[in-house]
Design a protein around this ligand. Structure first.
Ligand code: ADP
Length: 571
């Protein structure tokens, strides 16, 4: 295979891996942003849910703003109408906590014991005020919380005071609810309300006017199940408040942050009603599977398949190319051998005809001179028949000598060294006309010349070419010859020629006349040996050109030739 083929295949493989890698990166980016989206959604969901609870607590606080006193029965009715189970999943209950100064304690207890004789505040503590849970619904799930005094423990107490002082909703830090037997982390959510429905604006006013807080206890895992249970998510999360754990996701089949390193993780701090919750989120083992995309794989497989096809194609092409080259080499070699063979036999033939014609001259000359001597010695004594025979012998010898001379000329034309130079064709033609002066004058021929250019060639051979063609044009004409030496362009190639108004040549003979000794007429009609045109063709071929004739019987002939280019090349 050619190096270009290898280059193309290598580039194509590189491109395939590049596309595969790029597509993988794109998908990884998409998966990552999906993780962030899902993580943000989980956090957002919890925030929304907390807002929902906040509204419920403010609504409860509004109940106390609107009413002089809300008794137990009213609270039960109110709490029932909230339909906590359906509207607020995750909430453990909704209740109210009153703020009592020691002076108010007895009146408070008397009032509550009217309907609930065993109501008591617990546990004891050293603080100078009381924050007992007055009501909490549903009562059954929160029985242990009824009467619990928030001041007994600093986490609950600090948060409630903060709610009082700020007038805002407030969370406690993580605590264990008394009603949670599982002892898991939870928290309380307070919203304060003030005496007479006031909305005090300063801390002092708030401290002076505080009546109590509405509140909701939360067991964290219950809240989370209520909030996120419906969500088909592939991110796990854990929530901390400072260093205290609030929640750790069990949702993901035991996968832990400490397990095999998750693909993506994220930490967000979210301000949450006076506290800051830290969310840790991570992708689970199914996350990648759920987000997986076969696109890069398809690109890789498809690309490699194309590369393989390309390789196969190149291999086939190279093989075909090699075969073609081998075939061409074989043909060239065959052609070379044949040409050599042909050249050799042509040379042998030339040498043979040269030797033959040369050697024939000697006996011919002898035949001529001895027949002349014979006629001189005994000519007069011979009878008429014998004299006629002697005359025939002499004529035949003469004719034979002309033939041999022409043959020698033809042979020389093929054998002589070419002397190529730039020559004016016009000069060649004029010299030929001059050489034929006598015959031209006798026949009264009129000769005109086109604008003949300079050409590359052998002056002697081209002169001979014009001589033969002009003498034929003069000879094969029954009227006064009108001859034109032409120079034209055919298909962009210069074509020269000799045009006459002679007897013309039949179509079927137009090829044969160029063969040596081929004549179309008897000697008594037109003189000649039939070698002239064969010589002409040889001259033109030695100049790398071609000779042909265009003619009609009775319509004259136009012998045309090219130099340095074959006629077949002319379009
Ligand atoms: P030669 O003229 O000696 O017979 P050539 O080889 O010159 O031999 O010509 C071969 C034959 O071609 C001639 O016998 C003649 O019949 C024919 N020929 C050649 N030139 C012309 C021409 N200009 N017009 C008609 N016929 C021609």
């Amino acid at each position: 295979m050619h190096w270009v083929h290898w280059l193309v295949v290598c580039l194509s493989v590189l491109l395939t891996f590049g596309a595969w890698h790029f597509s993988k990166m794109q998908i990884a980016k998409r998966v990552e942003s999906r993780f962030h989206l899902e993580a943000d959604r989980a956090v957002e969901l919890i925030k929304e849910r907390m807002e929902l609870y906040e509204y419920a607590l403010w609504a409860s606080a509004a109940l106390f703003d609107a009413s002089e006193r809300v008794d137990h029965a009213e609270w039960i009715t109110y709490a029932n109408s909230l339909r906590i189970d359906q509207s607020y999943p995750g909430i453990n209950g909704i209740g109210v906590i009153h703020n009592l100064q020691p002076s108010e304690l007895e009146a408070y207890l008397d009032r509550e014991r009217l309907t609930r004789p065993d109501y008591r505040i617990h546990p004891e503590h050293k603080e100078s005020e009381y924050w007992p849970i007055t009501y909490i619904e549903p009562a059954s799930a929160n029985i242990k919380a009824v009467g619990l005094d928030m001041a007994f423990e600093s986490n609950r107490y600090t948060a409630i005071k903060k709610a009082r002082d700020t007038g805002k909703a407030q969370l406690t830090g993580p605590i264990v609810l008394v009603q949670d037997d599982m002892m898991t982390p939870g928290f309380l959510f307070y919203t304060p309300f003030y005496k007479g429905g006031h909305k005090p604006t300063t801390t002092e006013e708030r401290q002076a006017l505080i009546e109590g807080v509405t509140y909701a206890p939360f067991i964290m895992c219950k809240l989370m199940h209520g909030t996120l249970a419906q969500q088909n998510r592939h991110v796990g999360l854990s929530i901390r408040d400072g260093d205290d754990p609030l929640y750790h996701d069990e949702h993901l089949g035991g996968q832990d942050v400490g397990d095999e390193e998750p693909l993506y993780r994220k930490r967000v701090d979210v301000p949450m009603y006076g506290r800051t919750w830290t969310f840790d989120l991570w992708s689970d083992s199914d996350f990648l599977t759920a987000s997986s995309d076969s696109q890069p794989y398809m690109i890789l497989m498809g690309g490699l398949l194309i590369d393989m096809l390309l390789l196969a194609l190149f291999v086939l092409l190279s093989r075909a190319n090699r075969n073609a080259l081998a075939y061409a080499d074989r043909m060239t070699e065959e052609l070379r051998v044949r040409t050599e063979h042909l050249e050799k036999s042509n040379k042998e033939l030339d040498e043979f005809s040269y030797v033959a014609s040369h050697d024939l001259q000697e006996p011919l000359r002898k035949l001529q001179s001895f027949s002349t001597l014979l006629r001189q010695d005994v000519g007069d004594s011979l009878n008429e028949n014998a004299q006629t025979d002697l005359k025939y012998i002499s004529e035949s010898a003469n004719r034979m000598q002309t033939l041999v001379k022409d043959l020698l000329a033809l042979s020389r034309t093929g054998r002589s060294e070419m002397e190529t130079s730039t020559i004016p064709l016009r000069q060649c033609a004029l010299r030929a006309i001059e050489d034929l002066d006598q015959r031209i004058t006798e026949s009264g021929a009129q000769i005109t010349l086109d604008d003949l250019p300079e050409v590359e060639g052998d002056a002697t051979l081209l002169n001979q070419l014009y001589q033969n063609l002009i003498s034929n044009a003069v000879k094969y004409c029954d009227s006064t010859p009108v001859i034109r030496l032409t120079a034209q362009r055919e298909g962009g190639v210069p074509v020269f020629g000799v045009h006459d108004n002679g007897i013309g040549i039949k179509q079927e003979y137009q090829d044969q006349i160029f063969v040596a000794f081929k004549r179309l007429h008897g000697r008594d009609e037109y003189e000649g040996t039939g070698v002239g045109l064969a010589t002409c063709r040889k001259v033109v071929e030695r100049h790398g050109g071609e000779l042909w004739v265009e003619s009609e019987v009775g319509g004259g002939s136009h012998f045309k030739f090219t130099l340095g280019i074959r006629r077949g090349v002319i379009a």
